[in-house]
Ligand binder design. Structure first.
Ligand code: FEO
Length: 402
């Protein structure tokens, strides 16, 4: 059965949340689910904003029908062609044969690629600044390429000051009956998943996100309606300030993400001792075992903290495989402006530090700090002073008490 929420007198939420898929994009765990957001505007003309993932298509179509309440659908606005928003498009085109598709030229090409359909005859291709009059409302389309694919546009309702923001400002996590971010304690309960969504989905595209933020700053915005996660109708700075930091690759916290690989526990022992020393001197830190925690979480923490402490055994004369995978993920998402400290372990030929540096050294604004703490199989009692000096170097760099 349908589950529709009214946003304004003529705007309806017709999206749905999914709790069943274990992975988003077949890559990122979503233990708390995810929402696929859609909106129907009921004006003199009717407009559907995007379609939905297959996982929620049944309730999505019930919701659309409920919101239309017997009216024909005049327009389907396609802001983004990634299949989490377009897998139901072909069915929507069949169900609503008179609906015109409003999209960018790049999206039109992708519609053909994904569906095998030539819809040029029922498409209205829009460019930056084009508008669509629907009666009381005027919708203005603004291109947002690479937030998160090249065909993306966002839509601004000039009448009610609603920004339909596509993937921007989304987060992982189902909505579970709420609709607006101010209905929950967003910072306490959802910010981490917003950061993880940002870092993993849009993190590589900081400059395009900055471009979108600049466009948004010029608008009067009364509500933000993203394609995932809660809608915003107040406290916009809570999410926009974070997006500004993340997209400029500036840390939120002066502190240390400790990512540790440890085959038999000796490298983790060293990382834990260093973490204790950092805590003792007032430096915030978070420690993850890269074999136990999905990289999507650790990448998000790398976006949060100013410093990275990477600890890895030497493995096949290089970096331990789980750490290697994580660091390639960090590099692929073009994180910038971080200071890196390293611990390496090697029973006969420690080379992990050089290997870790080689993966990351092309990143903009990355500094590789000295000293590197080297273990030969395990920390020895004779290394206590060396560990203290290592901790103090991090504290000094990260701005703790020392
Ligand atoms: Fe939510 Fe890039 O799709």
């Amino acid at each position: 059965m349908y589950c529709v929420k009214q946003i304004t007198p003529d705007l309806y939420y017709v999206g749905a949340s999914d709790h069943r898929q274990p992975l988003f994009e077949a890559a990122h765990p979503i233990p708390d689910g995810v929402s696929y957001n859609n909106y129907v505007l009921v004006d003199e003309k009717t407009v559907l904003m995007d379609t939905a993932d297959r996982a929620v298509s049944e309730v999505f179509f019930e919701n659309v029908a409920r919101a239309l309440d017997g009216r024909a659908l005049d327009y389907i606005v396609v802001q983004h062609m990634e299949p989490d928003h377009s897998a139901s498009l072909a069915r929507a085109l069949r169900l609503y044969p008179d609906a015109q598709v409003v999209c960018t030229a790049k999206a039109l090409t992708m519609i053909g690629q994904f569906t095998g359909l030539d819809i040029a005859g029922r498409a209205r291709v829009v460019k930056e600044g084009d508008t669509l009059e629907t009666g009381r409302h005027t919708l203005k389309f603004m291109l947002a390429p690479m937030v998160h694919w090249p065909e993306v546009m966002v839509t601004y309702d000039m009448t009610d000051h609603t920004l339909f923001s596509a993937d921007a400002f989304g987060h992982f996590g189902a909505l579970d009956g709420a609709l607006f971010a101010d209905e929950v304690d967003f910072i306490r309960d959802y910010l981490d998943e917003a950061r993880r969504y940002y870092a993993n989905i849009v993190g590589k595209y900081g400059a395009p996100v900055q471009g979108l933020l600049k466009k948004a700053a010029a608008l009067q915005i009364d509500r933000i309606c993203p394609l995932h996660g809660f809608l915003w109708r107040r406290d916009f700075d809570k999410i926009i300030e974070k997006y500004d930091l993340w997209s400029r690759y500036q840390p939120e916290v002066q502190g240390v993400l400790i990512a540790c690989a440890s085959v038999y526990g000796n490298t983790m022992n060293a990382a834990s001792i260093v973490a204790a020393g950092l805590r003792d001197q007032g430096v915030p830190c978070a420690l993850y075992d890269v074999s136990a925690t999905d990289p999507s979480y650790i990448l998000a923490e790398a976006f949060k903290y100013s410093h990275l402490l990477l600890a890895s055994p030497t493995y096949n004369n290089g970096v331990f495989v789980k750490m290697e995978n994580l660091l390639h993920d960090v590099a692929a998402h073009t994180l910038a402006n971080r200071t890196v400290f390293m611990i390496q372990n090697g029973s006969w030929a420690p080379t992990a530090a050089a290997g870790m540096k080689a993966i990351l050294e092309g990143l903009k604004g990355f500094t590789f700090a000295e000293p590197v703490l080297t273990l030969k199989s395990a920390l020895s009692a004779g290394q206590a002073a060396e560990v203290d000096a290592f901790v103090n170097a991090i504290v000094e760099s990260a701005g703790g008490k020392a």
